[in-house]
Write a protein that binds this ligand. Structure first.
Ligand SMILES: NC(=O)c1ccc[n+]([C@@H]2O[C@H](COP(=O)([O-])OP(=O)(O)OC[C@H]3O[C@@H](n4cnc5c(N)ncnc54)[C@H](OP(=O)(O)O)[C@@H]3O)[C@@H](O)[C@H]2O)c1
Length: 286
């Protein structure tokens, strides 16, 4: 099969479809025939090896695991010993390493059944961004029904899931977006929407129980160089993927809005003591 591999850090132009063996099906793992994969900021960080702390985890010269791509949707081809919840032929989506390939091995607890009303491309756009939003709001932020939550950067990959998840958890959602995202964010259920091009939410005197900041506020304005490199990466990766597609390596781009923004996972602010009602505003962002 073909897979896009990254053996050294650098621009996406050096990524090439490579002929590799189909992974051996291991106990507790599922072999998924890839129908769609999506591109996240995470992939950009892993391929570039930036910020540098990525290399502490992934390897100093290049990624220890050269597979690229984290999100996947596809069809189960084979299951390893002990896997009972899914079987060959099932349509699934989830996360792994090396999803820009014709097939990928996925841990049994990292995939779920794909709803029939989602296309493979739609399903592949969900896992990493939505899980990040879910972890931020539910696990770290411990959002409770009735609480007021600000989603800063609500029209992006993480943010547009965060708005929907916050509403599903019963939150009262205020969302920031550019003018282009106003309709989208309202449609997703935000109770209040702030056009960051017209209003600075830090000056509005609003109070929140939880702030999910998917932007790096200090770096909200990209430096020209950083911005250029991000777009170069996106363009180069797009060409690599198209090249792969031409060579029958079935990789589809997802519907995510962008490739992310600088480093980090965004910030979550919430009062430490849950017994005390202590509002947050922008000055609490650190
Ligand atoms: N995507 C993932 O799976 C994932 C996973 C873990 C961590 N992260 C991290 O999360 C961060 C965001 O990733 P993402 O994928 O959501 O990026 P993204 O799709 O590029 O979204 C960022 C959003 O920020 C908005 N924005 C830019 N400047 C703003 C401002 N001044 N005020 C309010 N909103 C502003 C943009 O909105 P407009 O389009 O309206 O301008 C854009 O939609 C990145 O640091 C990334 O590394 C992402």
């Amino acid at each position: 099969m073909q897979a896009i591999l990254c053996h050294r850090y650098g621009p996406a132009s050096h990524l090439e479809p490579t002929e590799v063996p189909v992974p051996e099906v291991l106990p507790g793992r599922i072999l998924v025939r890839v129908r769609a994969a999506s591109v996240n900021a995470y992939d950009w960080h892993r391929v570039l090896g930036e910020p540098y702390f990525v290399r502490l985890v992934d390897g100093f010269r290049g990624p220890k695991n050269p597979g690229v791509g984290a999100d996947v949707a596809g069809v189960v081809e084979a299951v390893g010993e002990g896997v009972t919840e899914t079987r060959p032929g099932d349509e699934v989506f989830g996360m792994s390493v090396g999803t820009f390939a014709e097939a990928v091995l996925v841990s049994r607890d990292a995939v779920v059944a794909k709803p029939a009303n989602l296309s493979f491309e739609q399903a592949a756009a969900i896992p990493l961004a939505a899980t990040t939003a879910l972890q931020g709001l539910r696990d770290k932020g411990r959002l409770r029904a009735g609480e007021r939550v600000l989603v800063h950067g609500a029209a992006g990959g993480v943010g547009h899931f965060a708005v929907q998840i916050a509403k599903a958890l019963g939150g009262h959602v205020t969302a920031t977006t550019s003018a282009a995202g106003l309709d989208l964010v309202r449609t997703l259920g935000a109770d209040e929407v702030i056009d960051y091009g017209r209003e600075d939410f830090t000056q509005l005197g609003r109070r929140f129980d939880l702030i999910l900041d998917v932007l790096d506020m200090e770096g909200a304005a990209f430096t020209d160089a950083a911005s250029q490199r991000r777009h170069d990466f996106a363009g180069q990766l797009f060409h690599s993927l198209m090249d792969a597609a031409r060579r029958r390596c079935r990789v589809a781009l997802d519907g995510q809005k962008g490739l992310g923004h600088r480093d980090g996972m965004g910030r979550i602010q919430k009062p430490r003591s849950r017994s005390r009602s202590q509002d947050l505003d922008s000055s609490d962002l650190v």
